[in-house]
Design a binder for this molecule. Structure first.
Ligand SMILES: [Zn+2]
Length: 277
């Protein structure tokens, strides 16, 4: 698999610095130890891997993925075990300096919802949560991810949000501002686990499971082009940009989750490439 070879090639520094047999349990690890970061790697097949004492999934070739939360504590302990051998390392996690972002002009009902609207959104949140609990054993996440849409970035991961002057939860996605109807494609292969045309906060919403509890969520879509249970390949058309739900204008909000952590999709794709209107 080319992606795996590439991954191992870029991790020679890590591999070369280890010496004894137990340390060789970790073959490769790519990604940054920073709040919101997503790391992918490979361990000796058949190993058990723990992140802060939490057992995580390991693929048939030893593939692993792990993510760091917005407020991830200062260090993370990684442990790889196989038979009698055990290897551990405590990695420092770089702090991120989150900005405050003021968003004016969103529909006031989405800032101060009625009791009925709160009840509706509570049920919807449950459905969304369930759609992220699928436990697919695939390793689609080992692909090099691509941006689902190209355009100007209008919102970043982790920023503290004020809507119409009122403090609300941080923003967990990356926003790309493009006109309604702009095509949105799958950033990597996966399985569609949620396809809802009109949720209260997030409007047209899709979730794609990339395997081992890593999912992508796409918000505010005007149109969905896939259905629950459908497998997608990287680059497949999945929907169109819109302004549905709590939005001031058309944009794609792309989020990622790993297990119970909200992670930063931009740590997988790198800087936004040049685009054409
Ligand atoms: Zn957003």
């Amino acid at each position: 698999m080319t992606a795996m070879r590439l991954l191992i090639a870029t991790c020679l520094v890590v591999s070369a610095s280890v010496s004894n047999a137990s340390e060789d349990l970790l073959l490769a690890l790519k990604g940054e130890w920073i709040q919101g970061g997503i790391l992918r790697g490979q361990v000796v097949p058949g190993s058990e891997v723990r992140v802060n004492d939490e057992a995580i999934d390991v693929g048939p070739q030893g593939e692993i993925v792990l993510g760091l939360g917005r407020d991830e504590p200062e260090t993370v302990l990684l442990n790889v075990r196989k038979g009698e051998q055990s290897w551990s390392k405590r990695y420092p996690v770089a702090r991120k300096d989150y900005k405050i972002q003021r968003v004016e002009g969103v529909p006031q009902q989405t800032v101060t919802p009625s009791a009925a609207q709160r009840e509706r959104s509570r049920k919807e949140a449950e459905k969304v949560w369930l759609a992220r609990q699928t436990q697919r054993a695939t390793t689609d996440y080992m692909q090099e991810f691509q941006w689902p849409v190209l355009g100007p970035i209008s919102g970043v991961y982790g920023s503290q949000r004020f809507y119409n002057g009122e403090p609300r939860r941080p923003h967990y996605g990356v926003d790309v501002a493009r006109p309604t109807g702009t095509k949105v494609v799958a950033p990597a292969a996966g399985l569609v686990t949620l396809a809802e045309p009109d949720l209260f906060y997030s409007g047209g919403t899709l979730i794609i499971d990339h395997g081992h509890r890593l999912t992508s969520t796409f918000l505010h879509l005007s149109k969905l082009h896939v259905a629950v249970g459908q497998a997608v390949e990287q680059g497949d058309l999945i929907g169109e940009v819109g302004a549905s739900g709590r939005a001031t204008g058309p944009h794609l909000d792309w989020r990622m989750n790993w297990r119970d952590r909200r992670v930063d999709p931009t740590t997988l794709v790198g800087p936004m490439p040049e685009w054409q209107e």
